[in-house]
Design a protein around this ligand. Structure first.
Ligand code: ADP
Ligand code: MG
Ligand code: MG
Length: 913
């Protein structure tokens, strides 16, 4: 059979988004559902890939396109390039995943001198015809011929200025004719060729341009940022759609809508429209559109049709839809639908609502939310009673608060962000070419455009705060300033945005953490009852433990005791412990640390009661608690200078003493103090040099410290056990666990277990009770994986420390890898992902599986979890579920993400990862 390059909307398979692109597949599906879609056809993504290989169209493609156009001619009764009723089409891109604004659409293709005249005669509306014509020339010029918008815009603005006109709709037919001619000249000047008159030439050029845009810089950037690989989307389809006109008069309109409010999730009509306008006008934010509610009064019958369309779309797709439509002379056409991109608040609310409405079930409600977005819900909000007056207000386009310095273009945003600034990108309106600025900015502010403008849609997708259409702000990119009333905002000035209210403030306003909504609690409760994996938290303080518990953590999977050591009241004691010259001195210092640690653990147990708390014994090399050598040298130098000064002062004061009543501010004591300080710093310096290691991460750390300085581990063990005893005395249900880091051999574990057993007896006697706790090990060395059965003879539980284990498996040092070669490895496909972010399933995963098998062969009820950063990463969580882990542990802000991901893991366990 001959290769098929295209499908008409009534034959294409609406489920095959890979082949037809999302837009094309949905146009087919809607057509076949009986919704009013203008006739059209889709050229497949496969054709795009064929074309891109050699940048030539398949020989017989245009032949097939001609046949498809003939079908459209039959369906519409119009003729492509015809001198009476001409067929005009739009040429639209669309790949398997929607990429807002990534590839441009050409409208009104098929206009030339002949068809223009025919259109004027047919509609008896030369204004309309010239309006369509000038749009076509500019879009074709820009998208297909690569001519800058600015080249056209300057003529457009000049004609408006000369005529003293503000709004585009006020332009007369003559103005638009003049503009069209100026535009034709622009094309001639810029390409040294006349504008193509042959309509099939136009079509062919346009098809190629859409194909080429797949490899344009913007598209490549976007795919890279969002990890869109060829198996997700490969090539763009081209949709050729009969034009319908929203700009034929006041019974015409064009609009975009969401089936629910994408900012709140509320089940209500939502969207914006413009009377007498063509598609791009709403999306580009050139005129500020009206909320759809106004259509109810202005065009009641069309409003009713729109409601019907909305209900049909949701009922069919069982998902919130983002749709585009045009009303031509009172008739509603649907031009596009796709799953709506909403912020996390709206996703959660609509999930709960749609289950209540009976539209979807709980599993669907969980699965439709990408776990990652839940982190947005923990984004800061402006402090409620800040009493700062906004300087302006725009539309609340994407919620969350953001504060940063103002920049006026995307490149500056990137530059300033690189220099460690929080930035707010402030522009009149944004375009797809600003995308890198979005990545760099904390928030986006525009002075024009609506809630469905480019800025709003993209910011929402990224979960960044955005205020759009703040019309009181006059942006002057050239002067790099914006003016609101008499306030001048210059580049580098601090401003704060509230994407939930649309308010804009000068300066910085404090923010507070977001509250956990009832809806989120419900959703996550569904997730918990679906999931098999439990979610624990990596936290070290009672405050963060309480926070984690409020986010739904079912335990602490990793408490790093060294974090407690770093608090300012403990560090001096820790330093004393390290500087100790012998065991007695060390024990004296440890005795002071002991009650502090015990109280810490007690508070942690209380915060997490009745759930488990896994305390890891000291892990980092000791020199981490001491200052750096160069810092010490500097401090000693400063102290010595100070000593000289003090001594000099004393001599002076001594001389003066007999002559005046001056009090002596410096006495012998201060000299002594300085001398003491110098002595201490010098001791530290000696210790720092003694502790120096070539490769500290592979050096004297973890359980190795416990072997060389048993008294440190013993103090920690006693703290844990006494804290537990104190809780038990209060009848508080707790589940303490002691975990040993960096273990390579069962002998190490046995030794620590001995300490534990000895101390246990002492504490049980002292408190007259029986302790109940678990003893276990981290699995973070390769040897531990290979010897897991032996370790499981002693350990009740394993916790995979995948940060260190990844370094060990790859023989990478994380910092060096990420700073030096990993970006290259990822970019060139040598590695698919950064293994420190996404668990390396193929390599490290294999080792994990082996450790689990060995461990459970020895101890079938061995409890196994993960506490590396991967424990909060959805894909890694799915893997952990599949290999039979009991829990994942992650940082507090990742807990909601992990809870939902754990439910996904269960629901998707039969699907390939
Ligand atoms: P995007 O991917 O940027 O949404 P679209 O292909 O949807 O681009 O087109 C841009 C605008 O042009 C949209 O508002 C769309 O509704 C409008 N449009 C596209 N095709 C037609 C058509 N055949 N008739 C009328 N308007 C159209
Ligand atoms: Mg577009
Ligand atoms: Mg669209």
């Amino acid at each position: 059979m001959k290769h098929k390059y295209s499908f008409s909307f009534n034959e294409g398979d609406g489920k095959n988004k890979k082949l037809l692109g999302g837009k094309g597949a949905n146009l087919c599906e809607m057509t076949q559902l009986g919704l009013n879609v203008p006739p059209g056809f889709v050229i497949t993504t496969q054709t795009c890939i064929n074309y891109l290989e050699f940048r030539v169209l398949p020989v017989d493609l245009m032949e097939e396109v001609r046949l498809q156009i003939q079908k459209l001619e039959t369906l519409t009764g119009k003729y492509f390039g015809g001198s009476s009723d001409p067929l005009l089409v739009s040429v639209r891109s669309g790949s398997a995943v929607s990429m807002p604004g990534m590839m441009d659409t050409i409208l009104n293709l098929g206009l030339n001198k002949t068809t223009l005249a025919a259109l004027i005669e047919l509609t008896d509306d030369s204004r309309f015809a010239y309006d369509a014509y000038r749009r076509f020339i500019q879009l074709f010029g820009k998208v297909a011929l690569g001519i800058d918008d600015e080249k056209f815009d300057k003529h457009f603005e000049a004609v408006k200025r000369n005529a003293g006109i503000k709004a585009d709709v006020a332009l007369s037919s003559d103005h638009l004719q003049e503009i069209s001619e100026l535009f034709l000249n622009v094309v001639y000047e810029e390409t040294a060729r006349p504008f193509p008159e042959d309509v099939y030439d136009q079509l062919e050029i346009a098809i190629k341009a859409v194909f080429n845009s797949w490899e344009g810089r913007r598209a490549l950037d976007y795919r890279k940022e969002f990890h869109i690989t060829p198996d997700i989307a490969n090539g763009t389809a081209v949709n050729i759609v009969t034009m319908v006109f929203g700009n034929m008069g006041d019974d015409c309109a064009t609009g975009v809508g969401f089936t629910r409010n994408p900012a709140t999730g509320e089940n209500e009509m939502y969207g914006e429209y413009l009377v007498n306008a063509q598609g791009e006008d709403v999306v580009a934010g050139i005129r500020t559109p009206k909320p759809v509610q106004e259509m109810r009064k202005e065009m009641p019958e069309q409003y009713r049709q729109l409601q019907e369309l909305r209900n049909k779309l949701e009922a069919h797709y069982q998902e919130v839809q983002d749709y585009e439509y045009t009303i031509e002379r009172g008739v509603l056409y649907c031009l596009q639908t796709r799953n709506g991109k909403m912020n996390a608040v709206a996703m959660v609310k609509s999930s709960i609502d749609m289950v209540t409405e009976g539209l979807i079930n709980k599993s669907q409600a969980l699965l439709r939310i990408n776990p990652e977005v839940l982190e947005q819900l923990l984004h800061p909000q402006l402090q409620p009673n800040h009493h700062v007056k906004p300087i302006a207000q725009g539309l609340p386009a994407s919620p969350g608060a953001a504060c940063g310095i103002c920049v006026f273009d995307a490149d500056s945003a990137v530059r300033m962000a690189k220099a460690d600034n929080d930035v707010i990108l402030l522009r009149e309106e944004t375009k797809p070419e600003d995308i890198h600025g979005f990545f760099a900015a904390q928030g986006i502010l525009t002075s024009r455009g609506g809630k469905t403008s480019h800025a709003a849609v993209v910011a929402r997708g990224m979960g960044k705060a955005c205020v759009a259409g703040a019309e009181d702000i006059k942006v002057d990119v050239h002067k790099r300033q914006a003016i609101v009333g008499d306030i001048h905002i210059k580049e580098g000035d601090l401003i704060t945005l509230d994407g939930s209210t649309g308010n804009i403030y000068l300066g910085r306003i404090p923010t507070v953490a977001a509250v956990f909504s009832e809806e989120l609690k419900t959703l996550l409760a569904w997730a918990d009852s679906t999931a098999r994996l439990r979610v624990h938290a990596n936290v070290d303080t009672p405050e963060t433990a309480r926070l984690a518990a409020s986010y739904g953590a079912k335990g602490i999977g990793l408490c790093r005791t060294e974090r407690m050591f770093n608090a300012s009241d403990r560090l001096p004691l820790v330093v004393d412990m390290i500087l100790a010259r012998n065991t007695e001195e060390r024990e004296a210092a440890l005795a002071k640390l002991f009650p502090i640690q015990r109280d810490d653990f007690q508070q942690l147990f209380e915060a997490m009661s009745p759930n488990s708390v896994t305390v890891r014994l000291l892990d980092p090399p000791m020199h981490e608690f001491l200052p750096h050598e160069h810092q010490l040298l500097e401090e000693i130098e400063v102290l010595k200078q100070y000593l000289t000064t003090v001594k000099g002062m004393q001599v002076t004061l001594d001389t003066l003493k007999n002559h005046t009543e001056l009090p002596a501010p410096f006495d012998q004591l201060s000299v002594e103090l300085i001398l003491k300080a110098i002595a201490k710093k010098e001791m530290m310096l000696i210790k720092v040099m003694e502790l120096y290691e070539v490769n500290p991460m592979l050096g004297h750390r973890g359980v190795r410290l416990g072997m060389s300085y048993p008294e440190i581990y013993k103090m920690q063990i006693r703290s844990v056990l006494e804290a537990a005893a104190r809780c038990l005395k209060q009848r508080l249900p707790i589940e303490p666990e002691i975990m040993v880091p960096q273990v390579i051999t069962a002998q190490e574990l046995k030794k620590v277990k001995q300490y534990v057993d000895e101390i246990r007896i002492e504490v049980e006697e002292q408190y007259r009770l029986k302790l109940n706790f678990k003893f276990g090990t981290m699995i973070e060395t390769v040897r531990a994986c290979t010897r897991a059965d032996k370790l499981a003879e002693i350990a009740h539980f394993f916790s995979f420390g995948t940060n260190d284990l990844t370094q060990a498996v790859f023989s990478f040092s994380r910092e060096d890898a990420e700073n030096k070669f990993l970006p290259l490895y990822e970019e060139s496909g040598l590695l698919e992902d950064n293994p420190f972010e996404t668990l390396d399933i193929l390599g490290l995963g294999k080792l994990m599986k082996m450790a689990i098998e060995l461990g459970r062969s020895q101890r079938p009820d061995l409890k196994i979890g993960i506490c590396g950063e991967h424990g909060g990463h959805p894909r890694s969580i799915r893997f952990c579920h599949n290999i039979g882990l009991d829990y994942v542990s992650c940082s507090a802000p990742r807990i909601p993400v992990a809870r939902l991901a754990a439910a996904h893991a269960k629901l998707l366990e039969d699907k390939p990862l």
